[in-house]
Design a protein around this ligand. Structure first.
Ligand code: PLP
Length: 396
């Protein structure tokens, strides 16, 4: 078992028992077999040169990542969660600040703001895209002000690999005087109307958790920005607040570096990433074509000009009991996952945080209706056919 043992975030669900003929939810070994000895050699080179912290592979990876998405700066760091934390630290987020974000997301988005003493303020999402609904931002800012908080920024999340509607979000954020950070943990490699994720927002963050579209063999993440000053502050923050050198500490920071070994792994994986994105899109297209005619299965809808990396393929069940649907699929050897069964404003740790308009009906409805199917770059035609047949039967 390569991934963590508990289901926490998209693509974190354990692969099901490989015994029998169950389809794995995520298959990391197929990619490893494809990359072959090059991956082992990349790891061996790091073991030989011994620069485990800030070795040459880290800088090389940062250059490649920046070139890949067109951002001026790419900064490798310890996880997708720490990437958000570093972005907010560099933006100076602090106590009394309110950070607006969708309630229908993985908890890390809210965690970063809360750890800095700021208050997450939850806004709603759009039913078709699962992404932040810009129409709810003004109500979010008002809910924050009603509590005596200072709205400072928005974190948009590209849920399941599809970029949020950045034209409208940027406009709404600007009108409210808020900065925009893109939580692209699930969407690195995607684009919005020709703009690559990573190059949108004051900063964007991603995750290299093993089962994310571009995953390493442990924890890792990156932060992207075009802002030189922000990049410099973020780099300082991830290295204990270092100033001119590592013995000069000019701010409170953390140990947030990306391991050289993970950078070496990612350099190899980047070589096949474009091809893997194309393969994920082919699987998603086959699913969406098969499910389009069913009124009860709401296939994910892409916004105009959105290209997804399909971190997850998530259906919205309409009038079908989800537990029964999942049980029928499981019996057919098709694992499913629910991202996310409870929106953040309903979680014990965040219940006290304001929600736009006091209620978030779309987030609440989706949390009861969504189900994600197996999708990865190496899901072959036979497995896709099995998933499609099983879904059709389970929905009948
Ligand atoms: C995975 C994920 C994160 C956190 O990434 P880690 O690398 O696991 O810390 C943050 N936000 C979203 C939306 C995610 O899916």
């Amino acid at each position: 078992m390569t991934t963590a043992s508990r289901s926490r975030a998209p693509a974190r669900e354990d692969a099901p028992d490989r015994a029998g003929n169950a389809i794995p939810f995520v298959d990391l070994q197929a990619q490893r077999a494809r990359l072959g000895p090059a991956l082992d050699a990349a790891i061996a080179r790091v073991l030989d040169h011994g620069a485990f912290i800030m070795g040459p592979e880290v800088g090389r990876l940062e250059d490649r990542l920046a070139a890949f998405c067109g951002a001026r700066h790419a900064i490798g760091c310890s996880s997708g969660t720490d990437a958000i934390l570093l972005a907010l630290m560099a933006l100076g987020v602090t106590r009394g600040d309110a950070v607006l974000m969708p309630a229908f997301t993985f908890v890390a988005t809210a965690e970063a703001a809360a750890l800095l003493g700021a208050t997450p303020v939850f806004v709603d999402v759009e039913r078709d895209s699962f992404n932040l609904d810009p129409e709810t931002l003004a109500a979010g800012a008002a809910a924050a002000e009603a509590r005596g908080l200072r709205p400072v920024g928005v974190i948009a999340v590209d849920l399941f690999g599809q970029p949020a509607d950045y034209d409208r979000i940027e406009r709404a954020a600007e009108e409210l005087g808020l900065w925009l950070v893109c939580d692209a943990a699930q969407s690195f490699g995607a684009s919005w109307r020709g703009r690559a994720v990573g190059g949108i927002g004051r900063a964007a963050t991603t995750s290299f958790y093993p089962a994310k579209p571009l995953g390493c063999y442990g924890d890792g993440g990156a932060l992207f920005t075009d802002d030189d000053a922000l990049a410099e502050t973020a780099r300082s923050c991830l290295f204990h607040g270092a100033g001119a050198d590592r013995n000069d500490n000019v701010r409170v920071g953390l140990n947030g570096r990306l391991d050289t070994l993970q950078a070496a792994v990612l350099l190899e994986k980047l070589k096949v990433f474009e091809d893997e994105i194309a393969r994920r899109n082919a699987v998603a297209a086959a699913y969406s074509e098969a499910f389009a005619a069913s009124g009860a299965l709401g296939p994910p809808r892409l916004g105009p000009g959105a290209a997804s990396v399909w971190s997850q393929y998530t259906l919205r069940l309409d009038g079908i009991d989800r537990a029964g649907f999942r049980a029928r699929l499981a019996a057919a050897g098709v694992p499913t996952a629910v991202y996310y069964p409870r929106p953040l404003h309903r979680q014990a740790a965040y219940r006290h945080c304001p929600a736009a308009g006091g209620a978030l009906p779309v987030s609440e409805g989706l949390s009861e209706a969504v189900v994600s199917l197996p999708i990865h770059a190496y899901l072959d035609a036979e497995a896709q056919g099995r998933v499609i047949d099983a879904v059709r039967r389970a929905a009948a």
